[in-house]
Write a protein that binds this ligand. Structure first.
Ligand code: SIN
Ligand code: FE2
Length: 200
């Protein structure tokens, strides 16, 4: 597997061939049926531009009460299990014998983006976060342990996987924009990003 290291961010371009991307997408349809995508709100009351859901023992949520992991979807039902096709990606790149507790599913429509942030609601930062990109390509920006400073960007395409571990585990990162209609994987366009995390 090809691997690019950008300041500790490990990028695996084309880690998933089209067949595996399709298999994951099919399994995500089951996830979204059980746990519908919702439009989350930040603790300060701003609507996020992505739509979101989760699979796994816990799911990541945000609302006026803050950022946190919860065992239930906002509608009160437990999250569906993480599909085996997704766990297999974790096993390919994580390099540890623990499986993730949470698969956060972010859907980026035409104007969605993700501001620079750290993933820091988990209990143990020695575990990596693994991100999977499906659908339209996105400009992924990678920064530093503190907000600001020099950043580097890379276009993530359908089937690319990023591992944020080691020195990159707490680095700021975000998505500046999605180039809508650049992939045919999702029939109506858009982008799905999965992030797999060990939560506690
Ligand atoms: C995230 O860091 O939460 C999302 C990253 C991505 O969409 O590629
Ligand atoms: Fe993140």
């Amino acid at each position: 597997m090809e691997r690019i290291d950008i300041n500790g961010f490990e990028i695996f371009p084309g880690a998933l061939d089209v067949q595996r991307q399709q298999a994951v997408l099919n399994d995500l349809r089951t996830v979204v049926q059980a746990a519908p995508l919702f439009h989350p709100e930040t603790p300060r009351g701003r609507k996020m531009s992505v739509r979101m859901t989760s699979a796994g023992r816990v799911g990541w949520v945000t609302d006026r009460r803050g950022y946190r992991y919860e065992p239930h979807h906002p509608n009160g039902t437990p999250w569906p299990p993480i599909p085996d096709s997704v766990l297999a990606i974790w096993c390919d790149v994580a390099g540890i014998d623990r499986l993730p507790d949470c698969c956060l599913v972010n859907f980026y429509g035409e104007d969605a983006r993700m501001g620079m942030h750290q993933d820091k609601d988990e209990g143990d930062f020695s575990y990596p976060v693994v991100s999977v990109s499906l659908g339209d390509e996105a400009l992924f920006r990678m920064g530093n342990n503190r907000r600001g400073g020099k950043t580097e960007s890379i276009w993530l395409r359908s089937g690319d996987v990023v591992k944020m571990g080691g020195e990159a585990r707490l680095k700021f990162h975000g998505v500046d924009r999605v180039r809508f209609g650049t992939s045919t994987l999702l029939p109506k366009g858009g982008r799905i990003n999965l992030t797999l995390r060990v939560v506690d």
